[in-house]
Design a protein around this ligand. Structure first.
Ligand SMILES: *[C@@H]1O[C@H](CO)[C@@H](O)[C@H](O)[C@H]1NC(C)=O
Ligand SMILES: *[C@@H]1O[C@H](CO)[C@@H](O)[C@H](O)[C@H]1NC(C)=O
Ligand SMILES: *[C@@H]1O[C@H](CO)[C@@H](O)[C@H](O)[C@H]1NC(C)=O
Ligand SMILES: *[C@@H]1O[C@H](CO)[C@@H](O)[C@H](O)[C@H]1NC(C)=O
Ligand SMILES: *[C@@H]1O[C@H](CO)[C@@H](O)[C@H](O)[C@H]1NC(C)=O
Ligand SMILES: *[C@@H]1O[C@H](CO)[C@@H](O)[C@H](O)[C@H]1NC(C)=O
Length: 504
């Protein structure tokens, strides 16, 4: 339909999309621009997916070691070697420098740093490994963005009641204290947890990942309760003992895919989408960014679908709500895809196992015309990112957002990955619209992932990397894909300067 030009965030051509009550239903107009100064560009990975060295230098077993060794991952894959990142820190520094990223998001391995959390003994080999890597990043001018927990729970804690055992809150806080005290001086961005929805609902409710349980009615809810409390304890610990000295920011990386009404003109579809978004994001964000408690709609629907009068969703005390409320410095958004929502009809509801899915009473679908990644859940819906950013803006008082994950999979790892360039270009355009047109306060963007790696239950069959890794090659060379060159240019330009007219 036309184009708009943005220079340093100022609209110089006012032929821009006018937002209506449904801000994100069309991508007819393409939009370009550069980001404000200080916008941070990065890439992300996690420990288990890249490090390998699963039993070296004193590391103990994690639930992912146990699960993959039991042959439960696609192709019987394991993370025993993965990208061998534990030994190839120099290679990773080289490609990070080549990209010119401003931050690198990676996670620490709990079972490496505190092999037996019940004794609390620190493994200094692991401390010096991460300490060296973090200092090397700083010397290269790259801010480390450190995820404290990214799915790889020490096996011994899993066997002692997992996240439903209240004592895990102390173990987690002890681990966070270690991270803050040893690495705090060099780390400005902290994430307490990555994607609790994935590691609680998919791993304990749907058996898609370690430890592979399917107790969708109970464990995701009871585990989440202590995950949220652990987050709040770590946040307060940082505020009380580290913030005045290190001035870092603490957040939690939340799954924030977009729940869109199937028919935006049907009020019951709009309501169903809002309910699904509250079950996905609000479950964690309402306690932390909202009023300290689970969303009312979630409390109502879980209770309604529970036996008797006892909701399967635990309750926070008033003291806990006050303790949890406001435990954030920014919002870290993990965004990949979009789902269409409408109220569950009787037939759909009857087919749902009791638990999280059935509780929300929402029928979910996709638009068959959407382009698809290699992951079953991953559709290519750029306007959904704009939708999620706006949902977070309107529900949590325009909290500053860093997009902590965004990316797309293929199954072949080709270095001629033009579809990945299209994906990032279009999602970035949607982000720029959200910033310049809608007023969303987005401060950074992070590509998942730096390189192909061990994609959890899908093993090495789904590849997200800007760099290709040949997993049959003992040297695990990192090979630049076209998308890496594309992203390097976006970073160098701080966005898409000048005029740009888009097809489609
Ligand atoms: C909970 O953790 C504590 C401390 O590690 C342990 O003593 C207890 O046995 C655990 N409870 C269960 C049910 O595993
Ligand atoms: C806690 O874990 C240890 C080590 O796996 C195990 O021996 C013990 O039985 C567990 N305790 C409980 C209560 O499950
Ligand atoms: C709105 O959606 C509901 C549930 O899908 C459906 O029963 C109803 O007919 C729709 N109303 C309109 C006006 O389309
Ligand atoms: C649920 O609570 C109501 C009101 O407190 C009570 O009358 C009813 O008997 C309870 N039902 C069950 C199944 O406990
Ligand atoms: C690899 O997968 C991508 C994405 O599905 C596809 O576009 C491309 O054609 C494939 N390349 C090869 C060599 O199979
Ligand atoms: C991967 O590495 C193996 C072993 O070195 C080699 O035989 C194979 O050709 C490599 N594949 C690619 C696509 O480079």
């Amino acid at each position: 339909m036309g184009f708009s030009m943005l220079v340093l965030g100022i609209v110089v051509n006012n032929a821009i999309v006018v937002m209506t009550s449904s801000p994100v239903t069309s991508s007819a107009e393409f939009y370009s621009g550069v980001l404000p100064e200080g916008f941070t560009w990065g890439v992300a990975t996690s420990a288990y997916q890249t490090e390998g060295a699963w039993n070296e230098d004193g590391k103990s077993e994690s639930i992912w070691d146990r699960y993959s060794h039991a042959g439960r991952v696609a192709g019987h894959a394991t993370g025993d070697v993965a990208c061998d990142a534990y030994h190839k820190t120099q290679d990773d520094l080289n490609i990070l420098k080549e990209l010119g990223v401003k931050h690198y998001r990676f996670s620490l391995s709990w079972s490496r740093l505190i092999p037996d959390p019940t004794t609390g003994q620190v493994n200094f080999k692991a401390v010096s490994h991460y300490g060296r890597f973090i200092r090397a990043l700083k010397e290269a001018g790259i801010e480390p963005m450190v995820t404290i927990f990214h799915f790889d729970l020490p096996q011994i804690l899993e066997e002692n009641g997992s996240w439903s055992n209240d004592s895990i809150v102390n173990y987690y806080t002890q681990y966070a204290r270690l991270a803050f005290s040893f690495f705090g001086m060099d780390v400005k961005y902290w994430l307490t947890f990555s994607e609790p929805w994935v590691f609680l609902y998919l791993c304990y409710g749907k058996a898609e990942c370690a430890p592979g349980l399917s107790e969708a009615g109970t464990l995701p809810y009871s585990h989440a309760h202590n995950v949220i409390k652990s987050h709040a304890h770590a946040y307060h610990l940082y505020q009380q003992h580290f913030q005045h000295q290190y001035h870092g920011l603490v957040s939690i990386n939340l799954n924030s895919d977009f729940m869109s009404p199937k028919d935006p003109n049907n009020a019951s579809h709009v309501e169903a989408a809002e309910r699904a978004q509250q079950f996905l994001i609000g479950w964690f964000a309402n306690p932390i960014y909202g009023n300290g408690d689970y969303p009312d709609v979630m409390k109502e629907y879980v209770r309604r679908n529970s036996q008797g009068n006892v909701s399967r969703l635990p309750e926070f005390t008033e003291d806990e709500k006050n303790f949890i409320k406001g435990t954030y410095d920014y919002y870290s958004m993990s965004h990949y895809s979009t789902i269409l929502c409408e109220p569950a009809d009787t037939e759909y509801q009857a087919a749902m196992k009791p638990g999280y899915d059935g509780d929300m009473q929402v029928k979910q679908s996709i638009d068959p015309t959407w382009r698809k990644g290699a992951s079953y859940y991953l559709y290519f819906v750029p306007w959904g990112l704009r939708g999620s950013l706006n949902w977070v803006r309107t529900h949590y008082n325009n909290v500053p957002v860093i997009i902590g994950e965004n990316g797309v999979t293929d199954s072949n790892g080709t270095t001629s990955d033009s579809f990945r360039i299209d994906f990032h270009r279009e999602y970035l355009e949607a982000m720029i619209k959200a910033i310049h047109v809608d007023g969303c306060d987005v401060r950074g963007y992070t590509v998942w992932s730096l390189m192909d790696n061990m994609e959890w239950g899908h093993g090495y069959t789904e590849k997200f990397g800007l760099y290709y890794v040949n997993f049959s090659d003992p040297l695990r060379h990192r090979v630049r894909k076209d998308s890496a060159t594309f992203y390097k240019n976006v970073i160098a330009d701080n966005g898409f300067p000048g005029l740009q007219i888009l097809v489609g």
